[in-house]
Design a protein around this ligand. Structure first.
Ligand code: PXP
Length: 247
C-alpha cells in the first residue's frame, strides 16, 4: 500500500539479533540470522539491523561479515561507542551505524545514549564513521538536551528510544508519546532524520508510526517471537500493514 500524499514512506528495519540468541542458546548453527534477514527482505523489510555486542551474546563477527556480503537491502549496524566496534564498522562499511549504549555510565536515566555527557568521544566516533561514508545515527531518549547535542555533532539521523513508551500504559504512555512527538519535531526542524524503535509490537506501533517526522522504525524482539507462530515473513508483512494503516 502506498502512503497517502504528503506523508513520506515509513521504512521498516528488521532487527534479527534474537534469531542469533536462539541459535547461541544451543551453540548450534541454526537458526541462521542471515537466512532470517533474507526472509525479512523478501517480505518487505526496507533494511536489516544487527547489534554486534561487545560480549557477542547474539550476533557474531561472522554474522556481520555474511550480512555485509549477502544482503541486497541496507544493513544498519548497531554498535557501542568503542574503538573495537569502530574498527569493525570501518572494515565492513555498512550503510548505517547506530551508536547505542552498552555500559551503565553511557546511559541516560531512561535508557538512551547520553550523547550530551560523552560529547568528545561521540564526536571522534561520528567523524570517523561519517568520513567512511557511513550514515551515523544515535540512539537517544526523546529529550531536547540529547537532540541539541546530536545537532552539534551534525549527525544525519537520531533514533528515538521507544522503550519507555512501550512499557507504560494509560496517561503515562500518552505523556511519553507527547515527548516522542516533540522530540521528533525538534530533530526534524534541525534537519535530522528521525527513526524510532525498541519494544514495538502490533498493539503499540500505530501512534509511533503516525508521527509524521519519523521515517524508519527498527523492530526485532516482537517480530522474532511472532515468527514462532506465523513465520517471520508473515510477521513482517503484518507489521508493515499496521505501520501503513497508521500512516
Ligand atoms: N533500536 C535499537 C537502537 C535497538 O538497540 C533495538 C534492540 O534493542 C531495537 C531498535 C529493537 O528493539 P526490539 O528488539 O525491542 O524491537
Amino acid at each position: 500500500m502506498s502512503p497517502p500524499p504528503g506523508t513520506a514512506h515509513l521504512r521498516l528495519g528488521v532487527n534479527i539479533d534474537h534469531v542469533a540468541t536462539v541459535r547461541n542458546a544451543r551453540g548450534a548453527g541454526y537458526p541462521d540470522p542471515v537466512r532470517a534477514a533474507l526472509v525479512a527482505a523478501a517480505a518487505g523489510a526496507d533494511g536489516i539491523t544487527a547489534h554486534l555486542r561487545e560480549d557477542r551474546r547474539h550476533i557474531t563477527d561472522d554474522d556481520i561479515a555474511r550480512l555485509s556480503t549477502e544482503l541486497a537491502i541496507p544493513l544498519n549496524l548497531e554498535m557501542a561507542a568503542t574503538d573495537e566496534m569502530l574498527g569493525i564498522a570501518l572494515r565492513h562499511r555498512p550503510h548505517a551505524a547506530c551508536i547505542v549504549p552498552e555500559k551503565r555510565e553511557e546511559l541516560t536515566t531512561e535508557g538512551g545514549l547520553d550523547v550530551a555527557g560523552h560529547y568528545d568521544r561521540m564526536a571522534r566516533l561520528v567523524d570517523a564513521l561519517a568520513g567512511a561514508g557511513i550514515r551515523v545515527s544515535l540512539f537517544i531518549e526523546p529529550d531536547a538536551r540529547q537532540i541539541e547535542a546530536a545537532v552539534r555533532l551534525k549527525v544525519p539521523v537520531v533514533e528515538l528510544h521507544t522503550g519507555r513508551y512501550a512499557e507504560l500504559s494509560g496517561d503515562a504512555r500518552s505523556v511519553e508519546l507527547r515527548r516522542l512527538e516533540d522530540a521528533a519535531a525538534l530533530a526534524a526542524k534541525n534537519g535530522i532524520e528521525v527513526h524510532a524503535g525498541h519494544g514495538l509490537t502490533y498493539d503499540n506501533v500505530a501512534p509511533i508510526a503516525a508521527i509524521r517526522q519519523v521515517r524508519e522504525l527498527n523492530i526485532g524482539h516482537f517480530l522474532v517471537g511472532e515468527a514462532l507462530f506465523v513465520g517471520l515473513g508473515e510477521a513482517v508483512r503484518r507489521m508493515r500493514e499496521a505501520m501503513d494503516a497508521a500512516r
